[in-house]
Design a protein around this ligand. Sequence first.
Ligand code: CTP
Length: 398
Amino acid sequence: MNPLDGERVLLGVTGGIAAYKSVQLARLLVQAGATVKVVMTESARRFVGELSFQAVTGQPVVHDLYGADAADGMAHIDLTRWAGHFIVAPATAHLLARTAHGLADDLLTNLLLAWEGRLILAPAMNRAMWQHPATQANVRLLQERGVVVAGPGRGDLACGETGEGRMLEPETLADYIRPSIEPALQGRHVLITAGPTVEAIDPVRYLSNRSSGRMGYALARAARDAGAAVTLISGPTHLQAPAEITTLSVQSAEDMHEAVMQALPCDVFIGAAAVADYRLPEPAPQKLKKSSDTLALNLVRNPDIIHAVAQSGQAGFVVGFAAETRQVETHARDKLARKGLDMIVANPVDGKDTGFDVDYNQGLIIDTQRSIALEPQPKWRMARKIIEAIAERLKTGE
Ligand code: CTP
């Protein structure tokens, strides 16, 4: 079971050096469960061979408006009817211009004109071409029309310059393809904390924990896919920032507390972060030297973020997490009541393959009325179930 099972993606590829990266994009989408059909422009075929895409997707590649591809002369209509998603990566300045002005002089631009769904364009070009008033005007026109312009990012460009114009990485672009799930949180603001917090001891040392942030990030994506506007407040992690989610990076529990309070109000708050309970009141300004055999750190309590959110009255529905090593349900129910939560997800963290820093998790969704068992499963799937349970409660609560 994969997050994009059953999804049908049309991937347009235009003639830019970044076209080689689109092979990886196609591969990631296929690995995530999607069926991918690639449409290339003539100039794209000068950069990458269609065989590469064909091998990766297991599907024939199409490019010719009049050729055998379009057996009945209706390839543009057939393909747009078939697809559930449409992304063009890389999208050259020329493709942006043609799309903005409704030109349809090859198969790809015909498809774009016949497409009625959400369109994602991933620009890639030289910095000056991107900044050119003509390109910028085209981008504005496309955005006004609801087209999702993904990137470009900053960095080294193939032309040797550095600046804005780089196509986003395939991993990030793949995240723009949202699974077709019930838009049960449409119009809601969901605020999520994720990852560990880091509490400074001195300029080079800190106190932290083993949270990877994966569960919180999976929840952020699941809420986004269910139609919510999501704000993710994350402690330090190695994870890629999710697409189309406002992500703020913080270090300490105090930073996280402040960022959360500023991001309120929200319809749903999910506290998935493993917030350090204690910190040093004054981290040492210089690196500590080992002058004695033992070292005692004097710690003070950190703010309880989720409790503060529940007390504020500015979050409609508050969901906590309880990672426990024993008496999981008892401790979780106690936290539900003590912190004034509407729901808590309890998960045992002594399992070998579930819990911290792994892709699987298990647990119990608990609220005052019931508890739902979640068997060991990938975090993305567990996240969808938690979001469904929250949406269900919001619906019945209205
Ligand atoms: N939490 C929080 N702020 C804190 C501590 C915890 O927002 N300072 C949130 C976590 O994000 C989680 C829930 O509270 O949603 C439970 O976290 P946990 O660390 O298990 O709770 P504690 O109150 O720290 O309980 P324990 O006594 O088990 O440490």
